[in-house]
Ligand binder design. Sequence first.
Ligand SMILES: NC(=O)c1ccc[n+]([C@@H]2O[C@H](COP(=O)([O-])OP(=O)(O)OC[C@H]3O[C@@H](n4cnc5c(N)ncnc54)[C@H](OP(=O)(O)O)[C@@H]3O)[C@@H](O)[C@H]2O)c1
Length: 273
Amino acid sequence: MKARQGSRLAVLGAGKMGGILLQAFLRSRVVNPRSLSATVAHPERARLLSRHFPFPVTVDNRAAAERADVLLLCVKPQVVAAALEAISPVMNARKLLISVAASVPTRYIEERLPRGVRVVRAMPNTPATIGAGITAVCAGSSAGAADLHAARELFDTVGRTVVVDEKHMDAVTALSASGPAYIYVVLESLAEAGVKVGLPREMATLLAAQTVSGAARMVLETGSHPALLKDAVTTPAGCTIDGLMELEEGKLRVTLIKAVVKATQRASELLFS
Ligand SMILES: NC(=O)c1ccc[n+]([C@@H]2O[C@H](COP(=O)([O-])OP(=O)(O)OC[C@H]3O[C@@H](n4cnc5c(N)ncnc54)[C@H](OP(=O)(O)O)[C@@H]3O)[C@@H](O)[C@H]2O)c1
C-alpha cells in the first residue's frame, strides 16, 4: 500500500469504473488524495465531480498526464486512441499507464506512446463497488514485476487480483467482467421462482441473493470443486435432484458456457466496432 503513497495518479475517464476506483483509492488511502487527479469528456461533468471529489477533475488529459507518475486509463475502448494521442507528447519511460479498456491490447497502446512507456492492462468488475471485485492484470512489453505489483496494489483496494497472460484477457472480460450480469439474471430468476411458489418478493430476493453469495463463498473458502459441493446438497430421491434435472433439461450449463464463448468473441472485436 505504501508504495503508491508517493505516486501521483491520474484517472483518465472518471465514469462508472473510474469512479468506483477513485472512491476506493480515497477510502483505502492507497494514494494520497493530494496526489490524485481525474479527467472526463464533458466540462459540466468535470465541474460536478470537482465539487464531489477532494482533487481536481478537468477535461485536460494532457495536463493530468504530465503531472502524473501513474495513469489509469478508464475510457471506452473506442476513445482510447484519441486519449493516447492527447497524452503521448508528455509520456516517457518513467510513467506507468494502466488501462482497464476491454478489448484493447497492450501493443495497441504501446504503438501510440513513446518507446519505453510501461503499460499494464487490467480487467476489473463492478462488484469492486463494494470491495468484492476480481481484477485480472497482465504486463505489456516494457512493464516489469514492479509495475504489475503497483497495479495489483491499486486493484487490491477493490477486491482480489490475479495475474494472467494477455492472451486470456478477452476470456477474463467475458467471464468475470461480464459475469455479474449473468449472475444477476440467475438471481432474479431464482427470486421470481420464489414468488411463483408463494414467497413474498423481498424475502425471495434475500433468500436468492444470500444463497448465491453463500454458495460462492463455499467454493472460495473450502477450495472444494463445485460439483462436490453440489453433490453434498443432493440427497438421493430428495427434492434437489428434481430441480437439477429441470436445469439439465433447460440446458443451463451449456447456455452459460455459450454465453461466455460468445462474449469472449465479442470482446475481441469491441475495439474495432
Ligand atoms: N463497467 C464495467 O463493468 C467495466 C468493467 C471492466 C472494464 N471496464 C472498462 O472501463 C472503461 C470505462 O467503462 P465505464 O463503464 O466506466 O464507461 P463510462 O461510465 O461511460 O465512463 C467513461 C468515462 O470516460 C470519459 N471520457 C470519454 N472520453 C474521454 C476523453 N477523451 N478523455 C477523458 N475522459 C473521457 C467519460 O466522460 P463524461 O462523463 O464526461 O462523458 C466518462 O466519464 C471501458 O473501457 C470498459 O471496457 C468497464
